[in-house]
Design a protein around this ligand. Structure first.
Ligand SMILES: *Cc1c(COP(=O)(O)O)cnc(C)c1O
Length: 250
């Protein structure tokens, strides 16, 4: 018998064990960051970012107890959604850019969409949600670093978008905007990232009061800067690298 065939089950078990350990460590680290920030750990949801790994490896993370998975590319999200065994309280998170031609197939999996960055996308999601008989939850992505390579709306464009929603609420009846999302700049130190996260929290406060629109969710913080994000008020942290062995991440 070829050795690969006899080896792979135990290799799989080792990988499952390693991922379960990483998940526990990340949960403990997030709990600790909440304690340090004087916040309730139940107020911060951990989104396991599975974009680095295949469906079989992603399944190990779900089996370890992760009920929220984030993917960058809509087509990978729906491919995994169609093959994985998902628990009852599971939720998908679309964290990367969405083209309008991907909306139909994406919405079938009821994701929380973190990356809404145009009025066109907003309207496309609401119309498709209406035709599928759903209500979709979404966050507006903000470019807080000011880098031109980053996705998301500049704060001024976000103000214009919220103003428009206030004038024409019927244009997005089936999309509930419940908060903001952002990424710190490329190679930003954790301290500088913390500064950017506080700016996002301030913008949230301003938009809430100017437009009278509740925005309870702040999706910010990744493996390198989730502590700073939690200190600044994150309600969702998006963690990928810390969950998977480096050799799987390519
Ligand atoms: C990849 C990615 C993450 C996870 O980043 P890590 O540093 O691997 O934890 C979070 N958010 C977005 C939008 C991503 O693309």
């Amino acid at each position: 018998m070829p050795s690969e065939a006899s080896e792979s089950p135990s290799v799989n078990q080792d990988l499952a064990k390693k991922i379960a350990e990483n998940w526990r460590t990340v949960r403990d680290d997030v709990d600790e960051a909440c304690r340090v920030a004087g916040r309730d750990p139940d107020a911060v949801r951990i989104i396991g970012v599975s974009k680095y790994v295949d469906a079989a490896t992603t399944q190990h993370l779900i089996d370890a107890g992760c009920n929220d998975l984030g993917e960058n590319r809509p087509q990978v999200l729906w491919q995994k959604a169609e093959t994985l065994r998902l628990p009852n309280h599971f939720r998908w998170h679309q964290i990367g850019h969405v083209q309008t031609n991907k909306v139909r197939r994406l919405l079938r999996h009821n994701p929380l969409i973190h990356s809404i960055d145009s009025e066109k996308l907003l309207v496309a999601i609401s119309e498709e949600a209406a035709s599928q008989g759903r209500d979709i939850e979404g966050l507006v992505e903000i470019n807080i670093s000011g880098e031109s390579a980053k996705t998301g709306l500049m704060p001024e464009a976000a103000r214009e978008l919220l103003a428009k929603l206030r004038r024409e609420p019927e244009s997005i009846r089936h999309l509930r905007i419940t908060g903001l999302m952002a990424m710190a700049g490329w190679k930003t130190s954790p301290e500088a990232a913390g500064q950017q996260f506080r700016q996002l929290a301030d913008l949230r406060g301003e938009l809430q009061s100017v437009f009278d629109h509740e925005l309870p969710e702040l999706s910010m913080g990744m493996t390198g800067d989730f502590r700073e994000a939690i200190a600044a008020g994150a309600t969702m942290v998006r963690i990928g690298s810390a969950l998977f062995p480096p050799e799987l991440r390519g």
